[in-house]
Design a protein around this ligand. Structure first.
Ligand SMILES: [Zn+2]
Length: 226
């Protein structure tokens, strides 16, 4: 069972469920998950939905990477990322170009990481405070975190947001803030929780779906200026 899109073989996860009648397709990140009664049914649904698979896979590939060869996402747009070898350490952003002045690539990556965390902190504290003030919610401070989650909220109502939050479109950052603020009222993901999310961010359903497209963001590559 191979699925090729633009010469790339898509990673497949096949889940055999003998009890089900039909077969289902979905993407988890860039992995195509096929749930079917047997492999014949799985192959059938793949061949019948080739157009859907190609379209979705391309859109996942286009939008998912926050860091890519020579470019970096910021606010949902793409910046050309350049490394300027220099003794000083600073970041310069000019329209659609971002230049990291640093002595080498490792040092530039650390610089980029810290710069993104600072920008994310500014962004998320602005958004969280404005939603909290407008909707009458209290929380106990904000921290930036590493790892694969976009955000979390402790039982002490401390909010944590991913240090790469400023890279995705602002409306997605607003959804993440609303989600974590709703956890200050309901710590679980119950119906009452989603009702609170809806009060804070009425468009949350589509935004949540869109955010899933940005789940892989670990690589970063600079084009070097000599
Ligand atoms: Zn949650």
């Amino acid at each position: 069972m191979d699925v090729l899109v633009d010469g790339h073989e898509i990673e497949l996860r096949y889940m055999e469920k003998p009890r089900i009648k039909n077969a289902y397709l979905r993407f988890s990140g860039d992995v195509l998950v096929v749930t079917a009664k047997n492999s014949r049914k799985a192959e059938q649904i793949i061949s019948e939905n080739r157009n859907w698979i190609e379209k979705h896979y391309r859109s996942i590939k286009e939008s998912a990477r926050l860091f890519d060869t020579n470019s970096m996402m910021f606010g949902g747009g793409r910046l050309i990322a350049l490394l300027d070898r220099s003794a000083m350490r600073s970041v310069e952003m000019n329209k659609d170009v971002i230049i990291f002045h640093a002595k080498d690539e490792d040092s530039a990556e650390r610089l980029a990481d810290r710069w993104l965390a600072e920008r994310s902190m500014l962004l998320m504290s602005g958004i969280a405070n404005s939603i909290a003030n407008e909707k009458g919610i209290a929380f106990n401070g904000i921290k930036m975190c590493r790892g694969s989650r976009w955000g979390s909220c402790s039982s002490r109502k401390e909010l944590r947001f991913n240090r790469y939050m400023c890279m995705v479109p602002v409306k997605l950052a607003e959804y993440v803030a609303a989600h974590e603020l709703a956890h200050t009222i309901e710590l679980n993901h119950s119906a009452a929780f989603w009702k609170e999310v809806c009060r804070l961010c009425p468009e949350y359903r589509s935004l949540r779906r869109e955010l899933k497209r940005y789940d892989s963001y670990r690589r970063r590559v600079f084009r070097k200026l000599e």
